[in-house]
Every structure is written in C-alpha cells, then in structure tokens.
Design a protein around this ligand. Structure first.
Ligand code: 13P
Ligand code: ZN
Length: 270
C-alpha cells in the first residue's frame, strides 16, 4: 500500500487550501472543500474494507451511495492543513443511502467532516447530473464578494452582469453567471438544499453576507472560478460609489461569446 500523504489528491488539496488561506478567503476555520474520488485511486492507498468510524450525516443522498470524498474537517483551520493533514482532512465513503459516512482515513483527533457537508454533498449530486466530470465543491469567504453583498442588489441577473462588467474574462470563465442566496442559517440541510437547487443553473452560488460556493472538475479549475469572481468583486468594491466613465458593453460581451465559443446565461445580455 502506498503512503497516502503522497497521493496526488492529498498533495493537491493541501496546496489548494493553503493557497485559499493565503488569499485571505479562509480566516480561522472559514471555508471547506470536498473532492470526489474514484474507488480505484483510493484503493491504491487505503484498505477500503477497514472502516475507522461510522458518522451520521443527518441527510440522505441515495444517488451518491458508495462514493468516496476527501473533505476538510469541521472547525479546522486551513492554515494548519499542511502541517497535520491527517487531523484536518478525512476520506469518507457514503453508505446507507448517504445517511452514514464511513471514515477510512483522517480526522485523527476524533473530528468529523465540515458542518457544511449537506451543502457539499447535495451540490455534488446536483452538479453531477449536469456534468458527470464535476468532482469539486469549494466554499470560502472571499472579502470583496462578501462586501458586495452588502452594497449591491442580490438580484442574480444584476449581480452577474456587474461582475461580468468588471473584467473582460469574467463572461468567458463563468458564462452561466452567479446565483445568489439571501442570508440563511449556515450548516443546515435547508441551506444545503437551497445551494444545490441554485447549483442546477450555475457553478457559483453566493451566500449573502457569508461567502461563496464554487463547483468544478478539479481543484485548480474551481479555485480559478472563485478567484475570477472575487477579482471582479474587488474591482467593483474599488469603484463603488464613483461615477463610471466606461464599462464593457453588451455588444462587446457578445463579441467575447463568439470569440471564445461560450454562451452567456439566457436573458442576461440585451
Ligand atoms: P466548518 O469549520 O464546519 O467547515 O465551517 C466553516 C464555514 O465556513 C461554515 O460556513
Ligand atoms: Zn462559511
């Protein structure tokens, strides 16, 4: 059996959460990440017959029965993951229709998966129906996106259009736009269900006055998706309240659609 600390998925998630912390998106225990793993890749490093603990999830997800996830722990600080991956991360397999998560590795100090596990698993289920290649769900608290939810309308079309107008590449990176949830209590099945519903039409879901969820095919791509939206929000926050002399017009956005072969969300451009 190979050393799990050398597994590309462990190395990559450590790099990613460290980078997220360094961007200031994950103060204290803020943020959580989950990565869907193939059984075959897990078996290279772990005896999948050996269940360390069985944890109740508090929800069901029958479509993800038997699936393996590498996930960050609740209350864990992203800045510490690189120094103690086996305490801050865990690998679980969903059983019992998703009601139970069997711990196969990690959470060595008796911990458990993120309190936002409902939002992660339900979002995985929603995105997999649209894109079978989706493997990552990522949540964090990027400063400028959060700030924007205090001063900008939460109307999804308006929110998306403002972000698209802030940098030329936004419409290319997230043509499906950004969906927005009003403030809700976090760590609940309700916010998980609401997030998953929003994930049906976009890979980015803002939680007003809290943070953002992103979904994608790998850690790099999902990080990049949030990074691009956060960059746009940073520009918005810098110019908020100032008169705009210029913008990116809808006509220019149509040129970008054509040139990069993307389709903007229906009805979002005039
Ligand atoms: P966890 O520590 O449970 O992952 O929660 C962090 C967070 O960002 C809650 O939304
Ligand atoms: Zn959060």
């Amino acid at each position: 059996m190979r050393d799990i600390l050398t597994a590309p998925f462990v190395v990559e998630i450590i790099r990613t959460v460290t980078n997220m912390y360094n961007h200031g998106w994950d103060e204290r225990n803020g943020g959580n990440v989950s990565l869907l793993l193939e059984e075959a890749e897990v078996k290279e490093y772990l005896n999948t017959e050996k269940v360390l603990r069985s944890l109740s999830t508090g929800f069901s997800a029958p479509e993800l029965e038997g699936k393996y996830f590498l996930v960050t722990g609740t209350g864990k600080y992203f800045k510490n993951v690189q120094y103690a991956p086996d305490a801050n991360l865990g690998i679980v397999r969903l059983t019992d229709g998703g009601k139970t998560a069997e711990l196969l590795w990690g959470f060595t100090d008796g911990g458990r998966f993120t309190s936002e596990f409902p939002a992660h698993i339900m979002s995985h289920a929603a995105r997999l129906k649209i894109d079978p290649g989706n493997r990552v769900v990522m949540h964090c608290h990027p400063t400028n996106l959060l700030a924007m939810t205090y001063i900008h309308s939460l109307d999804e079309r308006e929110f998306t259009r403002t972000l698209w107008q802030m940098c030329t590449e936004c419409i290319v990176v997230f043509p499906d736009g950004v969906n927005v949830l009003p403030w809700m209590l976090c760590g609940t099945n309700e916010i998980g269900e609401a997030t998953a519903e929003k994930m049906k039409t976009a890979r980015l879901v803002v939680w007003a006055q809290h943070g953002i969820y992103g979904a994608g095919k790998d850690l790099d791509e999902t990080f990049g998706l949030i990074e691009t939206a956060e960059k746009a929000a940073e520009i918005y926050v810098k110019i908020a309240g100032l008169p705009w002399e210029n913008t990116i017009t809808d006509e220019q956005m149509h040129q970008l659609e054509k040139h990069f072969g993307v389709r903007a969300r229906e009805g979002y451009l005039s």
